[in-house]
Design a protein around this ligand. Structure first.
Ligand SMILES: [Zn+2]
Length: 60
């Protein structure tokens, strides 16, 4: 059996509300990586200026 973890990158504003919304809808785990990587685009959910680059990890 093979367990695969899929990582999806997303830019996130950092607000808990956006994180909670993802958790409610899906089974993904949101992980914020403290890399130097800077968010350039809008938040994946609310569209506000993103402050973090987060990774979503989905276990299958
Ligand atoms: Zn947001």
């Amino acid at each position: 059996m093979c367990m695969r973890r899929k990582m999806a990158k997303a830019e996130w504003c950092g607000q808990e509300g956006c994180e909670e919304a993802v958790k409610e809808k899906t089974t993904v785990t949101l992980m914020v990586m403290p890399f130097d990587e800077k968010a350039k685009g809008p938040c994946f959910r609310c569209g506000k200026k993103a402050l973090h680059v987060a990774y979503f990890s989905k276990a299958y």
